[in-house]
Ligand binder design. Structure first.
Ligand code: 13P
Length: 297
């Protein structure tokens, strides 16, 4: 009930703010309608794969005629071979798992946004928890990477999520708020097309553990993320941003999770390495989108 009340209060506040700012109310016909957001399934291969793996994966994958946007994020060095191996007509976009925020220079081992675009990337994962925890990526670095992606026409998939201890101590919303504020705080007008900004809610305790967030836990956190984006920018902007769930998502839980109102698809690790599982998840996401099931407060 508290969640419902918070949501209604937020909507009223946003409508008033937008009406005062622009002199007219926002277009309410489409903005509460999840169907304006195209569902998405993105695979983060992490540091897995090889040239042979890519060729076999591309042969086994069939993504044609789907209403779901499908993205594969292999290690950057495998992007060109993946792009070449995908059969003509496969409706798959490519992405990368990281980028450097500078455009060029003495940054040994790094890739700039424009290089990654040249190599075929459309999307870039930014601020994955493994980069934050293993490679010391601060909120400030995440913000710079997100801005570099946007400036260079790469669509960011910004990862946020709380640890086990943070959830246990009741700090989940505080952590999500801080991460969103830090990463998105510099976005200013003209704002990017909200359809090109993706946020992935990846609770750390669910990544690679086999322990998935329940549909209710995911919905609660993801509705909070959408509300926070609404507070920072506008309600209509937030309604068009896609929010993905990540953390042990698989063919068995995809339909239930994707049926939740604020779950617009998945950023998937392990299951994304198996084309059969991945295709089964595409079907589940597509099915959930068509049924428009729970998708209500
Ligand atoms: P798993 O799906 O393997 O839990 O990984 C999630 C993830 O980190 C995607 O970025």
């Amino acid at each position: 009930m508290d969640d419902f009340r918070r949501k209604i209060e937020n909507i009223v506040r946003q409508v008033v703010t937008e009406t005062l700012a622009s002199g007219q109310p926002p277009d309410l016909r489409s903005s509460g309608d999840y169907s304006v957001r195209r569902m998405m399934l993105a695979a983060n291969w992490k540091m897995n794969g090889s040239v042979d793996f890519v060729r076999n994966y591309a042969m086994d994958l069939t993504v044609v005629g789907h209403d779901v946007e499908v993205v594969l994020c292999p290690p950057a060095v495998l992007l060109p071979v993946l792009a070449q191996s995908l059969a003509v007509g496969q409706q798959v976009e490519l992405g990368v798992q990281d980028l450097h925020y500078e455009s060029d220079g003495a940054y040994t081992g790094e890739h700039s946004a424009s290089m990654l675009r040249d190599a075929g990337a459309i999307y870039a994962i930014v601020g994955h928890s493994e980069r934050r925890s293993m490679f010391g990526e601060s909120d400030d670095v995440v913000r710079k990477k997100l801005m570099a992606a946007i400036v260079n026409d790469l669509r960011p998939i910004l990862c946020v999520g709380e640890s086990d201890e943070e959830r246990a101590s009741g700090s989940t919303f505080r952590v999500l708020r801080a991460q969103l504020t830090a990463a998105l705080g510099e976005l200013a007008s003209p704002l990017p097309d909200p359809g090109n900004v993706v946020v992935a809610y990846e609770p750390l305790w669910a990544i690679g553990t086999g322990q998935t967030a329940t549909a209710q836990q995911a919905q609660e956190a993801m509705s909070f993320i959408r509300d926070r984006i609404g507070e920072m920018f506008s309600w209509s902007f937030a309604q068009a941003v896609r929010i993905l769930y990540g953390g042990s998502a698989n063919p068995d839980n995809a339909f239930e999770l994707a049926s939740m109102e604020d779950v617009d698809g998945f950023l998937v690790g392990g299951a994304g390495l198996d084309p059969k599982k991945f295709m089964s998840m595409i079907d589940s996401v597509s099915h959930a989108a068509k049924e428009g099931v729970v998708r209500a407060g």
